[in-house]
Design a protein around this ligand. Structure first.
Ligand code: PMP
Length: 284
């Protein structure tokens, strides 16, 4: 049985329980990271830890462990589960409080770490590309919840994802309050036009993805220009290529958006190149 790290101890997964008074449960009050393990190495671990602590700082959540202690606990959990290629979920909630909203009544953050395997989409979708639809659910306003904060509160994304599932699509495109493309429900968005790559900036309402940063670097090394700028629905529909990036999704092509076929209806050559180079880099 898998072992989960919970507040200082490795416990069997069916014994990993938290209080119903935890504000992570009552209000989705907390932060988290999803992290890959490739070839026994935790991929971009420092970047994930940094984002976790920065997210926590912004929401005034004190993580009771130092970065070094949390890193050690994560490594211990990966080892205990013999994960060579897998996925880590690192979660810090506000902790146990009372039934009111006041986060400062929660004296101790709750921390748990899961190390497991993940296959976000079936293999067929990686080969053939996915279909996406635009969500009518508008991405949270950046002045409500900063998009850089990876919080436990995913209802905005989940409502958009439900729209995609209702429409028989694989994923959804979320737009910000100004109508510009923000991100997919749990992934960043890229398009290719005339050999250049475009992606929305975080202020358009997207999480600054760690996979996104890796893919931008790889593209630049391949001498492909990467331009961060606001993207419209029109840009998506008329793109030569379209792909998503994320820790769990990795790099995946999109071949149809709101019934418009992208390019020739197959994941494009730049998408395929970046996907291949991404794995070479991740496994090196
Ligand atoms: N946007 C959202 C809303 C996410 O939850 C994620 C992570 N699943 C991403 C983008 C991609 O970020 P990363 O590459 O750091 O996983």
């Amino acid at each position: 049985m898998a072992k989960v790290w919970l507040d200082g101890q490795l416990v069997d997964e069916d014994q990993a329980k938290i209080s119903i008074f935890d504000h992570g449960v009552l209000y989705g009050d907390g932060v988290f990271e999803g992290i890959r393990v490739y070839n026994g190495k935790i991929f971009k671990f420092a970047e994930h830890l940094r984002r976790l602590y920065e997210s926590a700082k912004v929401i005034r959540l004190k993580i009771k462990l130092t970065v070094e202690e949390l890193a050690k606990a994560t490594e211990e959990t990966v080892r205990a589960n013999n994960i060579d290629d897998g996925y880590i979920r690192l979660v810090v909630t506000r902790g146990v409080g009372d039934l009111g909203l006041n986060p400062f009544f929660c004296k101790n953050s709750t921390i748990f770490i899961i190390a497991d395997h993940i296959q976000l989409y079936p293999e067929k979708l990686y080969k053939e590309g996915m279909k996406v639809v635009s969500a009518s659910t508008v991405r949270n306003h950046p002045q409500s919840i900063p998009p850089q904060v990876k919080s436990l509160n995913y209802l905005n994304n989940i409502l958009a994802k439900i729209e995609a599932l209702d429409a028989g699509a694989d994923e959804t495109i979320m737009y910000n309050h100004q109508g510009y493309v923000a991100e997919a429900s749990g992934d960043n968005i890229f398009i290719v036009k005339d050999g250049d790559i475009y992606t929305p900036p975080p202020q358009s309402g997207s999480l600054p993805g760690i996979t996104r940063a890796v893919v931008i670097n790889i593209a630049m090394q391949e001498n492909i220009e990467v331009i961060e700028r606001e993207i419209t629905r029109y840009d998506l529909y008329t793109a030569d290529e379209f792909f998503l990036t994320g820790t769990a999704a990795e790099v995946i092509g999109v071949v149809e958006a709101d019934s418009r076929v992208i390019g020739d209806g197959k994941p494009g050559p730049i998408t395929e190149l970046l996907r291949k180079k991404f794995f070479e880099y991740a496994r090196s």
